[in-house]
Design a protein around this ligand. Structure first.
Ligand code: KIV
Length: 275
């Protein structure tokens, strides 16, 4: 059954946990969808894990639409949330609505996600008013990496913690159906989760959040450029892939692949006539 914003609201009400994983292509989306994960995030982390950029700054609307379309085809049940890339919503509320609309119409998103708190609340409200569900994202917001001076835990000081609470309340008041909280001390995320009536989706924010999200290459051990403290490796798929690639290389070079069962037959009398 399709997960919707109502699934998220019900989970918060009933205290059941929500799951979200990133995906950027059809095949992975199908695997995640079929595992019963509630939501797939087409994150702008695709800049890091799919395109090899050092951050998410260069990711474009075209990149997001291209990957969102593929994921949407493979995710009939999971709620597909698509990230709004850097500068697709910060420039004006008008741009925010137009670009959110493109992710829905062209990317076939079920919802969009954008980074920020009080400052982006007017954009969230306008997008929600246009009939587009919005997931907010506060705490460590990777599009602001240059303003933060690096990827660092957020909300540690009293002032920063108060600001994060204000941000959370602002995005809720603006109509967000959920909020991702990234790299925030567990006790602060717990407090925000208690204060909000919308679900909190944690990444590096402890188990007290209403749900969790991870980048799938991180949790499968497929990406090693950098690994944040909050990542748990659930499998070492990167090692399995490396071993398989190595074996393929060896078998092709020593002639053991392809074997007879991987080839197509033709009648010998036809072949003989061709010599
Ligand atoms: O882009 C992304 O993958 C994200 C998650 C880390 C929450 O925003």
């Amino acid at each position: 059954m399709k997960n919707t914003v109502l699934t998220f609201a019900k989970a918060k009400e009933e205290g059941t946990k929500l799951t979200m994983l990133t995906a950027y292509d059809y095949s992975t989306a199908k695997l995640i969808n079929d595992s019963g994960i509630n939501s797939i995030l087409v994150g702008d982390s695709l800049g890091n894990v799919m395109l090899g950029y050092e951050d998410t700054i260069s990711v474009t609307m075209e990149d997001m639409i291209h990957h969102a379309k593929a994921v949407a085809k493979g995710a009939p049940d999971a709620l597909v949330v698509v990230d709004m890339p850097f500068m697709s919503y910060q420039t004006s509320v008008y741009d925010a609505v137009v670009n959110a609309g493109r992710l829905m119409k062209e990317g076939r998103a079920n919802a969009v996600k954008l980074e920020g708190g009080t400052t982006v609340a007017p954009a969230i409200k306008a997008i929600v008013d246009a009939g587009i569900p919005v997931c907010a994202h506060i705490g460590l917001t990777p599009q602001s990496i240059n303003a933060f001076g690096g990827n660092r835990v957020q909300g540690k000081s009293e002032a920063a913690a108060k600001q994060l609470i204000e941000d959370a309340l602002a995005v809720e008041a603006a109509g967000a159906f959920a909020v991702v909280i990234e790299a925030v001390p567990k006790k602060l995320a717990d407090l925000i989760t208690k204060k909000l009536s919308i679900p909190t989706i944690g990444i590096g924010a402890g188990e007290g959040c209403d749900g969790q999200v991870l980048v799938y290459q991180d949790m499968l051990g497929m990406f090693s450029d950098f690994t944040p403290k909050f990542v748990k490796r659930f499998a070492n798929v990167g090692e399995v892939m490396r071993a398989a690639f190595k074996q393929y290389d060896e078998e092709v070079k020593n002639g053991s692949f392809p074997a007879v069962e991987h080839t197509y037959a033709i009648d010998d009398d036809i072949i003989e006539k061709l010599y």
